[in-house]
Design a protein around this ligand. Sequence first.
Ligand code: G6P
Length: 608
Amino acid sequence: MCGIIGYIGERDVISVLIQGLKRVEYRGYDSAGIALFGPGGLLIKKDKGKVAHLEESVNGQQIESSAGIGHTRWATHGEPNAVNAHPHTDDKNFIVLAHNGIIENYMALREELRQSGHEFTTETDTETVAHLIAEVYDGDLLEAVRRALKLVQGTYGLVVMCADKPDEIVAARLSSPLIIGHGDGENFVASDLAAFVQFTRNVTYMEDGEVALITKNKIVHKTLADKVVPKKIEKISFDIEHIEKGGYSHFMLKEITEQPRTIGDSMRGRLLSEEGTVRLGGMREKEEQFLGAKRAVFVACGTSWHAALVGEYLFEEMAGLPVEVEYASEFRYRSPVLDDKTIVFAISQSGETTDTLAAIQEAKRRVDTVFGICNVVGSSIARTTDAGVYLHAGPEIGVASTKAFTSQIVVLAMLALNLGRHRQISAAEGHRFIKELREIPRKVGTILSQSEKIEEIARQYKDHRNFLYLGRGVNFPVALEGALKLKEISYIHAEGYPAAEMKHGPIALIDDEMPVVFIAIQDGTYEKVLSNIAEVRARRGHVIAIATEGDKDIAKCVDHVFYVPETHPMLSPLLTVIPLQLLAYHVAVMRGCNVDMPRNLAKSVTVE
Ligand code: G6P
């Protein structure tokens, strides 16, 4: 979603801001802008469309500047156009700011400010904050931001500059991440590490309810109540190659292709073959709660929610632990029944999804320990949860999640194994499971090497308007994920269903225009899935089957078959999802869609 970058120092400010904005483009946005101190005061450039467009409009402009802020906006209040794009100012062009999040009471504040003479030019909630800060400003920018924010309800990651203070940026955070980058005679602030990681790896994380004064040589962190917060600078390890395309045409293809490595990274150093179990360092402190649980609740959104569903099958099958999977957005508005023997897991690639964070807060009111499964190290969810496991999949830039999904399944499988070994699985069984797990990266590699077969299928079906994805058991969530991938990036309507449920509704849609993707591997439900395939074929639907290597018979009763290697049935989603990711990718490319930045979507959804 929206991205923020702020810079203060000796470098060319425009270039630092534009580079920073390009690094956060992947989060999804529809307009972009920058503000800086030029020789004549505050200068603002903003427009709808891409950062490249903004870059063109400032190209070649050598403007001497001490500091600046930049923003990519994903519209919430007011359409995406130049006026509503950030940064925003008050009517005297005195305060300028960029904001991620939503100001909930902006209508009331706006009305009050109007009455004291302020004139508004945009439809945004954000503009109100610029006016409010200008209204309470009394020579001290940090103080004015603090005072203004006490009147604000909502969420914010905020960077503010003031015409009076060319050497200051003030930042504030509430439920929307901000990270400060500490340089030598220069400092950075951003909503995402990627925005400044090429300049510095020394960071401090802002917490909710904090403000920070950032100058060239000094950073002061305070609470909204004006208490200084001492911070430890952390050095982050981050490989810049991970946020570059490295020769691939799209980040999504790069991320699909690197799964043999990322899956391997998620298990590295964690598998104990001899004992038939795993060692997960991040769980150690809360191991007792984990192992003593009588029930688990998984909360997540989007693709992470699909991984959670796979986790449900894994935990129930391997550890006999009852699991409920909740949409994070629904969880907080229900009355979830939780007790001290219920453990809650929040699953999130970005670690910043607002709904998931809110679900964690709700869970924390009722249970002792909330566990996290996150990819982004140091993210809000990673820091809010009491224990957990990182994916170690590396930065995921493509909006459609791929490698994070498979790593989430690997982590859930390791957790299920760990718990299962304490409850019902023998060392020999555990050992076999680990052996299969270790084989997964190689098997994913063999699937990827046949990408052109999927490309061929994509070519045949790219112009169809609807797709159905069907699977059973642990592969039912994979059907959901396959359908989600296709609709996210190719804008083709697609639905995922448990295969047998088809006859209770979706079967009405089937005719010779409908491609149906079946996950039909040889597991306990194979025969039943074959019957479901027959039902589709009887209605002239086109069947694309993902089947187990060596299953020659299936080829006779479907239009296309793509084979995946055999594995432990509970690990099969790690293989069956790969052709579905590739199918969505190829279809989207052939349709000329913007694969990495699909319309209307955001990588990290930081609004409710
Ligand atoms: C957005 C993204 C999805 C992602 C979901 C949850 O909708 O577009 O790809 O699955 O958020 O994100 P998280 O970072 O919490 O896994």
